[in-house]
Design a binder for this molecule. Structure first.
Ligand SMILES: [Mg+2]
Length: 251
């Protein structure tokens, strides 16, 4: 009967660890709602360099150097440009996002349908801006109505992910606690604060930007394709009861 006692203990512990159903799905935009490989961010990065060359009258080499410095210091070029050079955020956003989106972002009907089926409230949490987000959604054929809110760089108080203030402001705005949210994000650097400082559950999506890193240690879950999210949530949340008993039986 010792076996029964051990099983009981395991079940009790598993029950205590059961996750609260997510209240919010918090989606990054760029390279999360569409694949990293589609070339859009390369086009935007080129526009960022052109912006800096024109704004400061500097060479490409100097612009790239300054961009690298700002990325290392703030995690986002714009954060450095705003804090250190006081650039106009709206001008910057309009310039760097002036790219033919339709050449890069293909419609994704399956994504639109998946978002419609996922029941938690959904928000977009992006270092870009609302206008760019709307254009991306339109190019994807994904309805903006799936999302309760697009929370952008200015809404973050001109901080940017991974600055903790960005996450704090988002949680305050939506009235949720970190553990009630799942962050879905392609950039490993933005996952850490969500998980470690705010207790959000985290999904790292896509194959990019994680070479040389142990992906499974960066986030609670790792998926290659955003369309795997629905199955993951069904398995890890709604399916918790069955999964727990399955584990007991296998041990
Ligand atoms: Mg991204």
């Amino acid at each position: 009967m010792a076996c029964g006692v051990i099983q009981g203990v395991i079940r009790e512990r598993s029950h205590a660890m059961r996750m609260v159903d997510p209240k919010y799905l918090v989606f990054d935009l760029d390279e999360t709602l569409y694949p990293t490989s589609n070339g859009l961010m390369e086009a935007i990065r080129e526009r960022i360099i052109l912006y800096m060359m024109g704004r400061f009258g500097i060479s490409r080499e100097k612009a790239e150097e300054r961009r690298t410095t700002y990325l290392a210091r703030y995690g986002l070029t714009l954060a450095g440009l705003y804090i250190e050079d006081h650039v106009d955020v709206k001008d910057y956003m309009a310039f760097v996002h002036h790219v033919p989106l339709g050449q890069y972002v293909r419609p994704n009907e399956a994504l639109d349908r998946m978002l419609a089926r996922l029941s938690p409230a959904k928000v977009i949490f992006t270092n870009s801006d609302v206008a760019h987000s709307r254009r991306v959604l339109s190019a994807l054929g994904v309805s903006e109505s799936h999302f309760e809110l697009i929370f952008d760089f200015e809404a973050m108080g001109c901080n940017a992910k991974p600055h903790p203030e960005s996450y704090r402001r988002l949680l305050e705005r939506i009235g949720a606690k970190g553990p009630e949210c799942i962050l879905i994000e392609d950039n490993p650097r933005n996952v850490g604060p969500a998980r470690e400082l705010f207790g959000m559950k985290t999904v790292l999506v896509g194959k990019g930007r994680s070479e040389g890193l142990v992906r499974s240690e960066l986030a609670d879950w790792v998926i290659d394709d955003l369309l795997e999210l629905e199955g993951l949530i069904a398995r890890e949340y709604a399916g918790t009861q069955g999964r727990t008993f399955g584990r007991d039986g296998a041990t």
